[in-house]
Design a protein around this ligand. Sequence first.
Ligand code: DQA
Length: 150
Amino acid sequence: MSRVILILNGPNLNLLGQREPDIYGRTSLEDIRALASARATGHGLEADFRQSNEEGELVSWIQGARTTAAGIIINAAAYTHTSVAILDALLASGLPVIEVHLSNIYKREEFRHHSFVSRAATGVICGFGAQGYELAVDAMAQLLNKAKTA
Ligand code: DQA
């Protein structure tokens, strides 16, 4: 089995650290990449960490993961609330999916309360800022270990 976890980040997350820091924190996406990669290494896994502002590119990466990754962690950002295409790609992947958000989307505007991604996700981690990615890697490692011993 692949030991790679694909960690996907959607639009505007390239601006983390500068973008609305009161909501999203001061940690940059590069810092989050380092945190998530270190956590994955600690579990004997490898993080393939990517960001795109384009829906189609995210869909193509999810399709690619079917043959290269063991699981997907995704913060689809604004596409969380709009993208049936990303949901369908996640469902088609047949891989375990964990959804992450830096902010607690349920504490925010009503339009952020609905997530298409959630329908494909084993679980959702939101509201813990950058630490949410580390928690997601821990959860994915557990899911993969369980699948191995099942
Ligand atoms: C986000 C929450 C989304 O509603 C928003 O569009 C984002 C970031 C988060 O990580 O809190 O861009 O996914």
